[in-house]
Design a binder for this molecule. Sequence first.
Ligand SMILES: Nc1ncnc2c1ncn2[C@@H]1O[C@H](COP(=O)(O)OP(=O)(O)OP(=O)(O)O)[C@@H](O)[C@H]1O
Length: 262
Amino acid sequence: MSATTTSSLLELRQVTKQFGATTVLQPTDLQVRRGEVVCVIGPSGSGKSTLLRCVNFIAPPSTGSIVFDGAEYTPPTDHRWVPALGLPEERRLTRLRSEIGMVFQQFNVFPHLTVRENVAIGCRKTCGLGRKEAAERALAELTKVGMAEKVDAYPEQLSGGQKQRVAIARALALDPKLMLFDEATSALDPELVNGILAIMRELAEAGMTMMVVTHEMRFAMEVADRVIFMDRGCIVEEGTPEQFKDPQHERTRTFLRSINHG
Ligand SMILES: Nc1ncnc2c1ncn2[C@@H]1O[C@H](COP(=O)(O)OP(=O)(O)OP(=O)(O)O)[C@@H](O)[C@H]1O
């Protein structure tokens, strides 16, 4: 293995994604180093979410492979959906998913569970903790995201920002090696956005490896180690935030101009 391969936590090798006859992700190679923060930007429909969802096989790649923490994962050759895979493969994917936390735009918290139960359930089912230990870990994670006062509340009693804090605590409680954020602030009222970005920034500063799909250019420019610009299912350009101040590709320049002028 090359030096770059050994230091990378995640590697995509010629990953594609098709929905029916439509290819929404062209053959993509990407490496993410341990501790690296990669922000993915690009126009609506360019394949950013699909890229993220391929990483943890929520949307299994159509072709190519994913190497995560030294283990290689390939899609089923007959494109069957994941539950149709053999049991050993399903177990491997469950492990993969438990090591990759994901935060979605729409929070995806369980409405019928309290805040604490939302976080504890994964600790019990995925990490195998007992009820008491799971509740304690949940409280610890919820405290870190400023939700200690709300452990007994139900999601319907929370603001969007609070629900997103629960979702982040739930992902972190599984002690992930990689965190994926898919437009985590896009559904929030503007005054709640900064609180969530601050939590993401703290995570990045603490050394968490992160892939962040975002329209928050300021966050990308300040926090990312690397920015990726996608368009029409391709990575068009990648570089440091500094390099993105003077993009090489016209498509990148056009996109950045369009969001800067709002
Ligand atoms: N389950 C699906 N079935 C069919 N087409 C899909 C599916 N999911 C995504 N697509 C299509 O794939 C393309 C890329 O979508 P994707 O959500 O990855 O883009 P995106 O860059 O994240 O966009 P946005 O910023 O609007 O969220 C779009 O044309 C979308 O319609």
